[in-house]
Ligand binder design. Sequence first.
Ligand code: COA
Length: 267
Amino acid sequence: MTPDTGPGTGPGTGTGTTDRDDSPDTSRRGTVETRRHGGIAVIALRRTAKLNALSAHLESALLDAVRSKEVTTSRAVVVTGGPRVFSAGADTTELREMTTESIAAYYRASGSVYETFAALPQPTVAAISGYCLGGGLELALAADIRVADPTASFGLPEVGIGILPSSGGVTRLVRAVGPARTRDLVLRCRRMDAAEAYAWGLVGEVTDPGAPCLERALEIAAEMAAHPPLALSVAKQVITAATDAPRESALLLEQLGYAALNAASHR
Ligand code: COA
């Protein structure tokens, strides 16, 4: 089979800045920055003054970032919050001002942002430092691979404030760690450190203390980006189908995926 190839993944082949540091956005409203490291797109939440709380504004900026050319033309995507915090979840100040209906609408909208991110054809990696709570964890769960550093702290505090992680978080968490562990995290509203998250399989890797988590996420993204993009995309969809679809359908999709790749290689 002849592998399909795409744009290069080496340094300097992409657009935008190539710096890997994390200049915090100090504005309280925040932004979402997209940049390229060769063929890899980095989506960075920039609202550190509010621990990257996912306001409606930030969710909308995140959706724009996911749909941006930097991201859609990339070979792999890394999502990060920066070296101190991934995200402390939904903006509780905003939530307090909402009606029950508008909270439901907010969760529907953010769920659709995470679905759009999860549906990207290229592989995605979440680089997690510091708090990864509520919607932050829901976003991280929408990535294919999660890398944390030892400062990472995970939790779904929603039930404790009378709501539910309902942007796909419960559904994805059950599939990632199973129902018993999901109950433990969702119903007890407790926090979990990086070591426990690794033991549960919630994160695939924990970096050494002081080692930059984003660097490691970029390495993993580059490793995947070196593979043929069509095969990656089909594999990603088949893995999702194998997780969600009935067994017979998943097996069929696996075979069809192989057939599609085989046909593409003989065109
Ligand atoms: N929404 C809005 N603002 C938030 C936020 C959130 N989810 N999480 C943190 N912030 C803001 C704080 O209000 C504070 O703003 P201020 O400096 O203007 O007062 C700033 O971010 C720093 O947070 P602070 O609470 O001072 O930091 P901390 O280190 O003492 O505590 C947390 C960190 C994450 C434990 C704490 O901020 C917290 O519990 N946040 C809410 C988490 C949550 O419930 N998320 C899910 C919502 S469904």
